[in-house]
Each structure stands twice: as structure tokens, then as C-alpha cells.
Design a protein around this ligand. Structure first.
Ligand code: NAD
Ligand code: GDD
Length: 324
């Protein structure tokens, strides 16, 4: 094992918290976690880790964060589900400062491996206009027409990782995450994504006795959702690999949003009247992950069944909501 620290940027967030928990389970003790949020707001936190509150948009903060680092996971970004990214394009784009300053600090500190969390939002809009999708393969990101704001930032930052590797030898690896869900994810407040939002709405209906649900869009739009355990495994495997180009990390189990609501209703044992809000943020009409490449490289793809992952997610959100 290399000497030096593993740095998880965005360690107070959803994926970062799970990644650190997994690294600890594997026996790593040389971990530093960095997030802009006060530590009391972190989704998961461990006293076995060095926990720092820093704004990684600042160059000096990135230099401080990466002192003595051999491995860096950049999971820090100002982001959320469609409700957030459609209404906060400038804030999303400002995350370019995080990856830019982290790449510079990684180069200057001789970091051996650098991971960048990109997104399926880099894919061109004209490939996602139908609910009956052809799954997105890596080359579909070009010619570029990504999600406005958030997707452009991700595509630019992917490109920056590539050029830091080519010009400065930074061993950067990039995964394009497709919608990730699970316990300890955001389920309220405006940044939540569809799986957690649907759980929250179904639980609210169940607890209040008002048996109705508002669904954004017509419910016919399609997505695939990746369970957090698959995301954490894939992230580490891609970092350790020789996969030099950005690669999909997502489930290929396609579902309509109506299908997702059906599933959560079954888990909750309830049936709700559906109200479709056609003026709410909708994003693309259809999106799925083509996993040919990850299969070729790793002989593996995210495989947790949506039903199994949603059971666990629903239970966790239910417990959180009833605790309050
Ligand atoms: P998250 O919002 O839970 O975690 C991101 C963390 O980054 C937050 O805790 C936030 O406080 C922190 N952060 C934001 N600005 C910062 C700054 N200036 N300095 C330091 N920390 C800062 O989100 P997540 O779901 O854990 O996502 C992790 C990464 O994966 C992000 O880059 C995100 O864009 C990417 N991603 C996530 C998904 C998904 O479905 N969750 C999909 C595609 C890509
Ligand atoms: N968030 C949310 N909340 N979405 C809802 C809701 C709701 O209550 N009801 C229906 N939806 C619909 C949205 O309109 C959208 O069509 C679909 O569910 C999925 O929405 P999100 O989960 O918010 O986002 P996304 O899949 O379009 O994009 C997400 O995944 C990307 C990676 O695949 C975002 O989180 C991006 O930030 C991420 O990069």
C-alpha cells in the first residue's frame, strides 16, 4: 500500500460518507475527509478520520486539503436533483473551481491517483428525447450538448482531468455516475432526487392519511437508478484501473417514474391518487446506462435490483421521518 493519505473531498455528503465508511471497513486509517459544511451537518462522520471543514473552491484550501495525499477522490460539488440543477445553473458551474484547484494541488503534491465524479448529465440532449431510450454509451457525450450549467461543468472538468493526465502525468480517472440513491441520501430541502423524493412523498401521504402524490412531469419519463453500494465499489475499482477515458457507472435497469412510484407504493402497502405537475423540472425524457465498456474492463456492472435498493432506502427515510 502507498504511503500518504487518502483524501475524500465532499466527505460530508452522500457518496463521500459511504465511501469513507467502506474504506474504514477495509482497514484504512489514513483518511482525511473535507467538506464545506459544518461537521454537525455531515451525513456520516467517523472519529477515526481527520475531518476538515474547508471551501474547496479556494486554491489555498485545496493545497491544505491535499497535503501528504497519495489518493484523492473529488466528490465535492454544489449539486442536487432536477429541482436544484435547473434553478441554480451558476452555482453548479462554480464547482469548476473545486476540480480546477484540486487538480493543480494534486499535480503539485505528487498525488498518485485522482478520481473525478462526473455525471450522466454530460450526455448530449438530442440522444435523450424519448422515453424508449437507447442506452447511452460513452461516445454519446460528443458532439457536446450537455445539461445546461451542471452538465457543462462536468464535461469541462472531465476534460481538465484528461489534460492534466496527458500534460502533467496526473493519474486521473473519471466515472460518469447515473442517478445514485440509498440511505443517508438527501430526501428533502430541494436537492433530493426522484427515488428519495418519491419515498418521502409516499411516506408523508401514509402518515398524514391524505392519499395523494404530486409527480413531476407525466410520469412516463425513464431513468436508471444505481444503489449506493454499487457506486462505492465501482468508484474504487475505476480508480484502481487503467481505464483512462470517462466511463459509465450506472445501473442498466430502466424504469419509468410511474414504475418507480408503483414500486414505492408496494413497499409502503398503499395506493395513491397521482397528480402530475407538468410545469415542474423534468430534465431529459429518457436515460439509461450502456454498460458494455465497464463489463469489458472490470467484468462487472452495478447489479443491485431497484426493488432491493428501494426497500432499504424507504426504510431509512421512514425511520428518519418518524424520528422527527
Ligand atoms: P452531495 O451533495 O451529498 O455531496 C457533495 C458534497 O460536496 C456536499 O456534502 C457538499 O457540502 C460538498 N461541497 C459542495 N461545495 C463544496 C466546496 N466548495 N468545498 C467543499 N465541499 C463542498 O452529493 P453526492 O450525491 O454525494 O455527489 C457526490 C459527487 O457525485 C458530486 O460531484 C456529484 O456531482 C456527483 N454525482 C452524483 C450523482 C448522484 O446521483 N448522487 C449523480 C451524478 C454525479
Ligand atoms: N427530484 C424529483 N422530485 N424528481 C421528480 C419528482 C420529485 O418529486 N417527481 C418526479 N420526478 C422526475 C423528474 O421530473 C425527472 O424527470 C425524474 O424524476 C428524475 O429526476 P431527478 O432524480 O431529480 O434527476 P435526473 O435523473 O433527471 O438527474 C439526476 O441524475 C443525474 C445523473 O444521472 C440529477 O441528480 C443530476 O444531478 C445527476 O447528475
Amino acid at each position: 500500500m502507498s504511503s500518504g493519505k487518502i483524501i475524500v473531498c465532499g466527505g460530508g455528503g452522500f457518496i463521500g460518507g459511504h465511501l469513507i465508511a467502506d474504506l474504514l471497513r477495509q482497514g484504512h486509517r489514513d483518511i482525511r475527509s473535507v467538506d464545506i459544511k459544518p461537521t454537525k451537518e455531515w451525513y456520516q462522520i467517523s472519529p477515526k478520520v481527520e475531518n476538515l471543514q474547508l471551501d474547496l473552491q479556494e486554491k489555498g484550501a485545496c493545497e491544505q486539503a491535499l497535503k501528504g495525499a497519495h489518493t484523492v477522490y473529488n466528490l465535492a460539488a454544489d449539486m442536487g436533483g432536477m429541482g436544484f440543477i435547473e434553478n441554480n445553473r451558476a452555482l453548479c458551474m462554480l464547482s469548476v473551481l473545486i476540480n480546477t484547484h484540486l487538480c493543480m494541488a494534486a499535480r503539485d503534491n505528487g498525488v498518485q491517483r485522482y478520481f473525478y465524479a462526473s455525471s450522466a448529465c454530460v450526455y448530449a440532449a438530442d440522444k435523450q428525447t424519448m422515453a424508449e431510450v437507447t442506452a447511452l454509451k460513452e461516445s454519446d457525450a460528443y458532439p457536446a450538448m450537455p445539461e445546461d450549467g451542471y452538465g457543462w461543468e462536468k464535461l469541462f472538468s472531465e476534460r481538465m482531468c484528461r489534460h492534466f493526465r496527458e500534460d502533467f502525468g496526473l493519474q486521473a480517472r473519471v466515472a460518469r455516475y447515473h442517478n445514485v440513491y440509498g440511505p443517508y441520501g438527501t430526501y428533502e430541502g430541494g436537492r433530493e432526487k426522484a427515488p428519495a423524493a418519491v419515498c418521502r412523498k409516499v411516506i408523508s401521504a401514509k402518515l398524514s392519511g391524505k392519499h395523494e402524490i404530486e409527480i413531476w412531469g407525466d410520469g412516463k419519463q425513464t431513468r436508471s437508478f444505481m444503489y449506493i453500494d454499487d457506486c462505492v465499489k465501482g468508484t474504487q475499482d475505476i480508480l484502481a484501473s487503467e481505464i483512462l477515458e470517462p466511463i459509465n457507472l450506472g445501473s442498466s435497469e430502466l424504469v419509468t417514474i410511474n414504475g418507480l412510484v408503483d414500486l414505492v407504493e408496494q413497499i409502503a402497502g398503499i395506493k395513491l391518487k397521482r397528480n402530475y405537475n407538468l410545469s415542474a423540472p423534468k430534465g431529459v425524457k429518457g436515460r439509461n446506462s450502456d454498460n458494455t465498456l465497464i463489463h469489458q474492463y472490470l467484468g462487472w456492472e452495478p447489479s443491485t435490483k431497484l426493488r432491493d435498493g428501494m426497500e432499504k432506502t424507504y426504510r431509512w427515510i421512514y425511520d428518519e421521518m418518524t424520528k422527527k
